[in-house]
Design a protein around this ligand. Sequence first.
Ligand code: SAH
Length: 346
Amino acid sequence: MTDEKIDILSLTNEKLKAFITDDFQEKPFHAKQIFTWLHQRNCTSFDEMTDLSKNLRESLKDKAAISTLKVLRKQVSKLDGTRKYLFELADGNTIESVFMQYEYGASVCVSTEVGCDMGCSFCASTVGGKVRELTAGEMLSQVYEIEKDSGIRISHVVLMGMGEPLNNLENVLDFIEILTDKNGKNLSERNITISTSGIVPKIKELADKELQITLALSLHASTQGAREKLMPVAKKYSLDETIDAMRYYFEKTGRRVSFEYALIKGENDTDSDVENIYRLLHGINCHLNLIPVNPARGDAFTAPDRQATELFQKKLEKMGINVTIRRALGRDIDGACGELRRKVMN
Ligand code: SAH
C-alpha cells in the first residue's frame, strides 16, 4: 500500500463516515455501504462495490487502499483439523494466524504485531524482537482470509498470536470495534479474548473501557522471582500489582478473568507452586488454564507428563480453584506462537 493512501479497512464506522463526508463531500450513507462491503462481505476491491457510483469508486481508488494478505503457507493438522496460516503483509513482513474448531464454534487466533519485544524465554514469537505493530485492518484481514479459505463462519477471536496486544492497544480497540459492529461480522464482545503478558497500566486502561471481552493474563510462575526469570515484563510490574490489575478488570467489567500457566517440568510444577497459585488467585472470580509448555525454543523447556499435569490440576481443584488443562490443538503443525514463522525465516 502506498503511504499517502488511506488504509480504509482500519477505519471504524465513525472514522469511515468522517472520511466520506469530509474528504469526498459525500452523503454519510455511502460510508455504511462501503463498511458493509468491506466487513460483512469480505470485499477486497472498490470495483465490486456495485451500489456506489462509478465516480465515487474511482475517487476512492485514488485516495484509499484495501490491504490484503497473501497466504504464503498453510498447514492443516491431520489430528484435529486445526489450520495454521503464514501470511505475507503488503510490506513483505510475515505473520501467523491459527484456525481452530470447537464444539461451540470456530475460532481464529490473531497476531497483533510482527514479532514481539516482551522477551519471554519459552516463546518463539519474541526471537528476533519486534518489527512493528499491526493495523486494525491487518488484524481483520486474518479473520476474513481464514473465513474465506475455510468456508466456515468465525464466531470467536483470541488475541493470542504473535505480539503483545496491549502494546498496540489503540489499533486493537479499533479492531474490536469493527469486528463487533452490527454492519460488520457482528461478533459478540464476549467471544473475544485478549491475552497479555501483564502491562499493568494498559490492563487498567482497558478495564476503564468497560468492554465485555475476556482478559487473560500470562501468569506462568507462582512467585515474583520465578516469573522474573521467565518473563522480563515481571521486573517492571510486580506480581502483586499485576494480580491487582486483573482484580480491577473484574470489578470494572464484571467479566471473569483468565490466567494462563504454561507448565514447565522442574520449573513451575511443584507442590509449593500449587500453594502459591492458590494464595495468589483464591477469592478472585477467575479461571486458570494449564498449558503443557510447547518446546518451541528447543529442549530447555519440556512439559510434565499427562499424569503429573492432571495431578497438578486436581490439587488446585481441591483447593477450590477453577482450573482446566488446555487441549493441545495442532501439535503436528507447529501450533505454538511464532514457530512456523521462525521455521520459514531460518
Ligand atoms: N503477548 C501475549 C499474547 C500472545 S502469546 C501474552 O503474553 O499473553 C499467547 C499465549 O501463549 C501466552 O500465554 C504465552 O505465554 C503462551 N506461550 C508462548 N509460547 C509458549 C510455549 N512455547 N508453550 C506454551 N505456551 C506458550
